[in-house]
Design a binder for this molecule. Structure first.
Ligand code: NAD
Ligand code: TYD
Length: 360
């Protein structure tokens, strides 16, 4: 039985990955989920798996070396899948230090502890041990509107404190691969969407605001482009890279779904109206009139777009969920989990929301 140490498993992608892995492997794997439960970590995301005998939650901060060491001592970890990070660009512009601490120092701690647990006296590693570092396409910087794609060979050019901290963490992983022959892979993925996404990110924020008749804030001219991937496709890609990828290699994940932010907002409004029953009172306030252009994000990257050629050629992964289907699944999930959204949008998140948008 393979044992996984998943960091940040109570967040958006981490929790979807854990659900994906239990759907795929059932009782054939064990998962230890380590999460500090910051504002972005929500154990409700894992309610369906928390009673499984092969699932364990450990509340710990990845920058806490002793706590992470203890987990490696207690369990014979075969796979690390490292999601834990501060992940929101707007927050990184306000409070960069926490991004540097978690994303850079936290990754260094994870690498060190895994290396200590797995390395043999001759510098080789115990059979079958693997570390996967989950990163972002934002490390490559910004593309021109009219062309070009991110390849694994594209030079790093991060602009936000978030992407700079992720780039730093990627370089640490690369340094461990080059210096210690550490058995790792890096995946750089495009923007994800789907169930359990925290409503500070564009898609869940727009769905939630539209349903409540609140303004839909569009940064700048609304023409920035992101390459959206349904979160289950990402989870599948991570698993395929870890099992089939060449150790030491980076794989880009994403592709074929570039959309301007304003297009995303129009699609969400149309899909909400298509899916809500005719007698649902919320239909009355779902309208394009809610769209409100606000001050642009500082240093706002214009366009991201992934060329997934390498992962397709070497591993056979490609994006499966068309945006029109993925967005319907996502909205259906939010309809069925209104209590989740209510819990998330109360308290801490609300304070943050007010602070972030009061000047806009
Ligand atoms: P998220 O913000 O939803 O979740 C992050 C999780 O990490 C939370 O559960 C949080 O509690 C936990 N965490 C934060 N700091 C921690 C610490 N110091 N110690 C332990 N746990 C801590 O993020 P997400 O959107 O699920 O992203 C997960 C990973 O995927 C990140 O590394 C991110 O950079 C990367 N990524 C995200 C996207 C995207 O579109 N969301 C795209 C590409 C890559
Ligand atoms: P976001 O979901 O924060 O992801 P990222 O910045 O990591 O790509 O934002 C996606 C895009 O949507 C980005 O171009 C910024 C824009 N955006 C808005 O226009 N309004 C909003 O309220 C938010 C949160 C984002």
């Amino acid at each position: 039985m393979r044992t996984y140490l998943v960091t940040g498993g109570a967040g958006f992608i981490g929790s979807n990955y854990i659900h994906y892995m239990f759907r795929k492997y059932g009782d054939a794997i064990r998962i230890i989920n380590v999460d500090a439960l910051t504002y972005a970590g929500n154990l409700e995301n894992l309610r369906e798996v928390e009673d499984r005998d092969n699932y364990t939650f450990v509340r710990a901060d990845i920058t806490d070396k002793e706590a992470i060491q203890k987990i490696f001592e207690e369990y014979d970890i075969d796979r690390v899948v490292h999601f834990a990070a501060e992940s929101h660009v707007d927050r990184s512009i306000r409070t960069p230090e926490v991004f540097i601490k978690t994303n850079v120092l936290g990754t260094a701690v994870m690498l060190n502890c895994a290396k200590d647990a797995w390395e043999l006296p001759d510098g080789s590693y115990r059979e079958g041990k693997k570390f996967l570092h989950v990163s972002t396409d934002e490390v490559y910087g910004s593309l021109e509107e009219d062309g070009g794609y991110f390849y694994e060979t594209t030079p790093y050019d991060p602009h936000s404190p978030y992407s700079a901290s992720k780039a730093s963490s990627d370089f640490l992983v690369k340094a461990y691969i080059d210096t210690y022959h550490f058995p790792a892979n890096i995946t750089n993925c495009s923007n994800n969407y789907g169930p359990y996404q925290f409503p500070e990110k564009l898609i869940p924020l727009i769905i939630n605001n539209a349903l409540h008749g609140k303004k839909l804030p569009v940064y700048g001219d609304g023409k920035n482009v992101r390459d959206w991937l349904y979160v289950d496709d990402h989870a599948k890609g991570i698993d395929m890279v870890q099992e089939m990828g060449r150790l030491g290699e980076t794989y880009n994940i994403g592709g074929h779904n570039e959309k301007q932010n304003i297009e995303i907002i129009h699609i969400i409004l149309e899909t909400l109206l298509e899916m809500l029953p005719q007698d649902d009172a919320r239909r009355a306030h779902i309208s394009k009139d809610l769209i409100t252009y606000v001050e642009d994000r500082k240093g706002h990257d214009r366009r991201y777009a992934i060329a997934p050629d390498k992962i397709k050629a070497e591993i056979g992964w490609e994006p499966e969920t068309m945006f029109k289907d993925g967005i319907k699944k996502t909205i259906a999930w939010f309809f069925e989990h209104e209590d989740w959204m209510e819990n998330v949008t109360s308290g801490e998140y609300q304070k943050y929301y007010d602070e972030m948008y009061k000047e806009k």
